[in-house]
Design a protein around this ligand. Structure first.
Ligand code: PPS
Length: 321
């Protein structure tokens, strides 16, 4: 195996958002009779640097520029969007922004040049990506993204809306411990059993309602759904489908993952050159509070028609009903 560290690019560690050991991924190289192309990826959650050099033409290929994204993970909050993004960054043809730019929902008035300036530098042929899960539920976002690029590829990680809601609530109480219980916030009026569908943790799970807005601007072929539960049980399988959707070679495979029993989630294996394997941080995979089974049953009834509508629209049965 041939290793080459291209020191010129360390200054490109721009989108650092978490402090983790960089991982030098090896093996991204091609060889043929006339030419040797070497590719190295230095990556870790929150940042990445990569580049390629054509050895026989004295490194002419260093033309990384900032470009608007070709693909966006638009949702859903607590679906597994961070795991997906971090796993995708293993691919040498993907450059992803580590933080969430919230351009189309919060910072739109800053303009596309601001948005472009947020993106990591990418070489020709590399796919630039970002993730902002709130886009999926923000009404203005589909039209704004379409105005930027009608060909953009959109990815949505969806998860059983009930587990998603509990995950969302778990995040909320971790910041504001004094809020009422999940059970009481679920109902407008507990005695009548009327569900408060506008309570944000429940509202986000009305996937069909949100998807409808996206389908007014984009064909279904431009939207890829990642099965949130399978992203945990079979990350390589889900990543395989995402790589296909993005038109990339399937480079991220089983060999990149192991199941960490303590964390209870798949993590990245110890790559060569790195001192330890990598799992997502403590805010991912929190312990959920135990919810009254009767409330869960009411939520199942509530979501069932919405889920069925979503399966029809997405052309895929996620098996949550
Ligand atoms: N590999 C791996 N490691 C850790 N966590 C994983 C992984 N794959 C999916 N998940 C699930 O991701 C959930 C968090 O989703 P998001 O990253 O989309 O959250 S956020 O919207 O960005 O806050 C998170 O939700 P909680 O379990 O409620 O914390 C996880 O269930």
């Amino acid at each position: 195996m041939l290793y080459l560290w291209l020191g010129c690019c360390e200054s490109e560690l721009l989108d650092r958002s978490q402090n983790s050991q960089p991982i030098l991924l090896t093996g991204w190289y091609r060889e043929n009779k006339n030419k040797t192309v070497l590719r190295e990826t230095l990556t870790a959650p929150g940042y990445a640097v990569e580049g390629s050099v054509d050895v026989n033409s004295q490194g002419k290929d260093w033309t990384a520029t900032r470009r608007l994204p070709h693909a966006i993970i638009i949702g859903v909050k607590k679906g597994g969007t961070r795991a997906l993004l971090e796993f995708l960054r293993l691919h040498p043809d993907i450059r992803a922004l580590g933080s969430e730019p919230h351009f189309f929902d919060r910072h739109y008035t800053r303009g596309l040049s601001w948005y472009r300036s947020m993106m990591p530098k990418a070489l020709d042929g590399q796919i630039v990506m970002e993730k902002t899960p709130r886009y999926f539920v923000t009404p203005e976002t589909p039209a704004r993204i379409h105005a930027m690029s009608r060909n953009i590829k959109l990815i949505v990680v969806v998860r059983d809306p009930i587990t998603r809601a509990i995950s969302d609530y778990t995040q909320i109480i971790s910041k504001t411990p004094d809020i009422p219980s999940f059970e009481s916030l679920t109902f407008k009026n507990r005695s009548t059993g009327q569900i408060d569908s506008l309570w944000s943790p429940l509202y986000i799970g009305l996937y069909a309602k949100h998807l409808e807005r996206w389908l007014a601007h984009f064909p279904l072929t431009q939207i890829h759904f990642v099965h949130g539960e399978r992203l945990i049980s079979n990350p390589a399988g889900e990543l395989g489908r995402v790589q296909d959707f993005l038109g990339l070679q399937r480079i991220i495979t089983d060999k990149h993952f192991y199941f960490n029993k303590t964390k209870g989630f798949p993590c990245l294996k110890k790559p060569e050159g790195s001192s330890k394997p990598h799992c997502l941080g403590q805010t991912k995979g929190r312990t959920h509070p135990k919810i009254d089974p009767e409330v869960i049953r009411k939520l199942r009834d509530f979501y069932q028609p919405h889920n069925l509508e979503f399966y029809q629209m997405a052309g895929m049965d996620f098996g949550w009903q």
